[in-house]
Design a protein around this ligand. Sequence first.
Ligand code: FAD
Length: 434
Amino acid sequence: MADPEFLRPGDAGYDRLRRVWNAMVDRRPALIARCRDVRDVAGAIARARREGLEIGVRCGGHSVLGLGVPDGGLMLDLTPMGGVRVDPERRLASVQGGALLGALDAATQPFGLATPAGNVSHTGVGGLTLGGGMGWLARRHGLSCDNVEAFELVTADGDVVRASAAENAELFWGLRGGGGNFGVVTEFRFRLHATGTRAVSVELDFPVAAAAAPLTRWRDLAAEAPRWATYTATVSGGVATLGFVWVGDPDAAREHARVLSALGRPLERRVQELSYLDLQRREDTPQGHAERRYWKGHYFQDLADGAIEALLAHDPSVDAGLQAYGGAIAEVPDEATAFSQRGTAFEYVGAARWTDPAEDASRIATARESAARLAPFASGVYVNVLGDEGAAGVRRAYPPAKLARLTALKDALDPGNVFHLNQNIPPSRVGALA
Ligand SMILES: Cc1cc2nc3c(=O)[nH]c(=O)nc-3n(C[C@H](O)[C@H](O)[C@H](O)COP(=O)(O)OP(=O)(O)OC[C@H]3O[C@@H](n4cnc5c(N)ncnc54)[C@H](O)[C@@H]3O)c2cc1C
């Protein structure tokens, strides 16, 4: 155990570090611990417990609620632990607990390798992987969490523990989808795949008023798509953009793009060939920091015609997105990981962004109304897009049997709920959700 550098309000860097992706989050930790290694993490947890301070764990800072930043508590800032080591021969990457997706991709791509990760490079490996980790490679190689071979973490008691299929197997199960409930992960060991470095994005724009038929055909094509393709749809500002992202051979992508002629005549058609690294950074600016944010998510086992109607009836100020699941995600048995609902066909996120605080209430209400129209068709939600739904949201993310198993794991590792600033699975002493 070691003492990390601690910052207090007024110290240089304090305000930069407490700022996160969602500009609505404006909390002031009493202390920020700049953690450089596993010993610093243990030291920071010990101090927080000694002084009765609430703990927040900050990696990429992309929790939409800003859960990593505790008001008046101790924030474990993992960002100094951003390193990635690649072993190209064994196709493994050791990734520190505070690394961003951009660092992971930048380290693996020079070898033509990658592991599934999310679609915005300034997202944290920590939060994304512990909740699942959906991205352009997941239909081929599984979610990020499916590609973790081993975790190193510090528990609430300050113990340094490893979890893998061979060691602490139950914890290994829980860390793959159970979020930050069980400790602070200081290192992830990922399997890498020979993905190459090339990608293609295909997008067809339709006016929302005429998008019902194209979106219905897009849904049907998505069910038959090869695993290199991840079908995407967005509905925003009066335009429905339908298409797919392909990681791999660009000629094969162009060939597959021909099936989209079944969608009808678009307003505009864009086929863009780009490097995998550029694909991973493509949304960095639109999804940048400093805006106020609110979103709601759903999972769909299928996309009923009624859901398509509801999606197209969204307020134009809400950015609605669909991303197809299936392929390797669905092949992992549901009980193999805490991550749940692998039979999902599409993930939906309805997101609002704005800058004027005076608009907070109306923007949030509009995003909620849009998502509520889809709720009757939904089954569950991705834990990493949960926002302000509290315990009801956690119950939507995990079926009861999973919650019971997660609760038992929480009882064993963190019975005092030291790690509760997350999508919380409370120990039974606190009042289990299961
Ligand atoms: C712009 C944007 C794009 C996104 N794109 C995708 C995507 O493509 N695919 C996808 O699956 N998800 C995506 N997400 C959702 C994302 O997975 C979650 O927001 C996730 O929680 C972000 O993790 P973080 O480390 O950046 O966030 P943080 O706010 O730093 O962390 C969130 C929580 O994760 C836990 N945590 C983080 N690191 C650790 C650690 N090392 N040990 C223990 N607990 C930890 C803590 O409980 C913390 O409160 C996106 C989110 C945003 C804002």
